[in-house]
Ligand binder design. Structure first.
Ligand code: GLY
Length: 579
């Protein structure tokens, strides 16, 4: 089967976009009035919705589904397309998590395709002789890479829940890698920002710079013949090609030339896992989010449990009282994260305790509504600067009752910055998500404990939080975001904006956000929170740190049978489209 892009201005699509734009500024009541009015009839154009961080991924996934594919087909197609058109985070050299909800069978499953530590990895591999963690080693070397999980994870999802063959699902990505695509301004700017890292390795230079060494500019055509050949091999021979065929040989040769650790045995031994997602409830809604090795599900449920003790709707969206309760809940959740969270295949994590309503009430009782509790009184450590996180999320829903929430990553923008020579894809630097030394912060300032120490075969702790919300057994919302440590709090705010504040999905995604992660002891705050709110928060004892935009929460929602998309304006290439 070959899928062709439809013109973006098709009638149904234009109607959906018009609706999304119109709904953006309206409250829930006005929104329902429009949905029930004459301008839009759900039966005309409401079969599904895709929201992703790239227009091509959205359009192609939407077309695959409009041509008879289901939401999982769309999700797998989008995953491979993003690996080509958005190489800063879309990937086959990384890993991630996919939540799939089938409301017909009332099942929600979590596919864990997180990277694993190679067999030769050791607890102290990123420490120097003095026993100090050396961050460059866990970020910018071949040893920074875990065994990639994306190809196995996407193939598993397709096999278990999709309708397309792997070759069909990969065809659009192969075509884009072969023929190329027009470079959007965000793509050119990203390459520019990362040019020092991308020019450090010859194999990376060959992909991300022109033959004469000059930079790609917006409007240029970007082709990736080595990546096209790699994707073609996988499409022809199946996912094992990546793990035991020529692609694995190229990756392992890259490791051997550069003191890396991943071997053919590590590659052949990689297995994605189907896990039970974390489940909680919030004001009558069912919340499903990613279980360990992600910390996201545990802590979004823990924070919602704390916040359920207060009437957040009455306190108001982004009021000082609401933001204070949110920041205090975030601090306590991230303090617990530093101690308890790790890969449950290796360590015991008290999941039921951390997500219990009674425990949340106990934590809520420690929150003083008038005064911030200093982080040092919750748990001790040193502040650490933020760095940007680059991951990518997309959400998809269809009228077969399927909803998909997928987040995947190579960690930083462009991962380790190292392209596998001859295979054309970037290697992740996910080993930095382990605790290089328990108690030391990682690139996101997150403190990890013994539970997240490096062990062979173990999955490094993640914050990725693909989330699905159901109401009365029906799929309501799929959301998630990139953003490193801020992923969990960004996702929290989208969920609260919908449930507590009755926002339409676009407003819920666009609204200004805050973030607190216990250490450093400050509320990171986006532009758009009013100065008098900030004054009130400071009067309660909070330190406020203005920050650039946080996250890119691509979200879809089903409301009265109507599919709505909320795409994050914080990414210029974002797009939601339905049919
Ligand atoms: N690499 C970011 C995360 O998994 O949380």
């Amino acid at each position: 089967m070959v899928f062709h892009l439809r013109p973006v201005t098709s009638g149904l699509m234009a109607t959906a976009l018009l609706l999304m734009t119109a709904l953006h500024a309206l409250d829930a009541h006005a929104q329902s009035a429009i949905l029930e009015g004459e301008r839009f009839h759900p039966e005309q154009a409401s079969h599904g919705m895709v929201a992703s961080s790239h227009t091509l991924a959205t359009d192609i996934a939407r077309d695959v589904m409009a041509d008879g594919g289901n939401a999982v087909d769309g999700a797998v197609v989008a995953g491979f397309v993003l690996a080509v058109v958005q190489p800063r985070s879309g990937n086959i050299g990384g890993g991630g998590f996919m939540l799939i909800s089938d409301e017909n069978s009332d099942d929600v499953v979590a596919i864990d395709y997180r990277e694993t530590a190679p067999a030769a990895a050791t607890e102290t591999m990123f420490q120097n002789e003095a026993g100090n963690a050396v961050s460059d080693w866990s970020r910018y070397t071949h040893r920074a890479s875990g065994v990639p999980g994306t190809v196995a994870g996407l193939a598993l999802a397709l096999d278990a829940y999709g309708t397309l063959s792997l070759a069909e699902a990969m065809e659009p990505a192969i075509r884009l890698a072969e023929d190329g695509f027009k470079v959007p301004p965000r793509f050119a700017a990203g390459l520019d920002e990362a040019r020092d890292r991308l020019s450090a390795w010859e194999s990376t230079r060959q992909v991300f710079f022109k033959e004469d060494g000059s930079r790609y500019r917006a409007g240029d055509t970007f082709r990736q013949p080595d990546l096209a050949a790699t994707l073609t091999r996988i499409a022809e021979h199946g996912p094992r090609e990546f793990y035991a065929g020529k692609t694995a040989e190229l990756l392992v040769a890259e490791m051997e030339r550069n003191d890396g650790l991943i071997t053919m045995d590590d590659m052949a031994g990689y297995e994605p896992q189907i896990r039970e997602p974390i489940h909680g409830t919030y004001r009558g809604h069912d919340i499903y989010a990613m279980s360990p090795p992600s910390s996201g599900g545990v802590h979004i449920v823990q924070m919602l449990n704390m916040l359920e003790n207060d009437d957040i709707a009455a306190l108001g969206h982004n009021s000082a009282s609401t933001l204070h309760l949110m920041a205090e809940s975030m601090k306590r959740a991230y303090a617990d994260r530093s101690k308890f969270l790790g890969d449950t295949d290796f360590v015991d994590v008290p999941l039921s305790g951390l997500t219990a309503k009674a425990y949340a009430t106990h934590l809520r009782d420690q929150i003083d509504p008038q005064h911030a509790t200093p982080s040092d009184d919750i748990g001790p450590d040193d502040p650490w600067p933020y760095e940007s996180g680059e991951t990518t999320h997309y959400s998809i829903a269809d009228d077969n009752g399927l909803m998909v929430s997928n987040t995947y990553t190579i960690n930083f923008s462009y991962g380790s910055g190292i392209v596998v020579d001859g295979a054309g894809f970037l290697l992740n630097n996910e080993m930095d998500d382990f605790s290089a030394k328990p108690g030391e912060p990682n690139a996101y300032g997150l403190i990890g404990g013994e539970a997240n120490k490096i062990e062979p075969g173990k999955r490094m702790l993640s914050s990725m939080t693909p989330t699905i919300v159901k109401r009365d057994g029906k799929n309501l919302l799929a959301t998630g975001t990139p953003g490193g440590s801020r992923i969990i709090t960004t996702t929290l705010q989208v969920v609260m904006n919908v449930i507590d504040h009755g926002m339409n999905i676009q407003s819920a995604v666009s609204a200004p956000r805050i973030h607190h992660q216990w250490l450093p002891d400050e509320i990171a705050i986006e532009a758009g929170i009013s100065p008098d709110t900030i004054d009130r928060l400071e009067a309660k004892g909070h330190r406020i740190e203005p920050t650039r935009a946080m996250g890119a929460a691509q979200s879809v929602m089903v409301d009265a049978g109507l599919f709505l998309g909320g795409t994050d304006p914080r990414r210029s290439t974002s797009k939601a489209a339905g049919w």
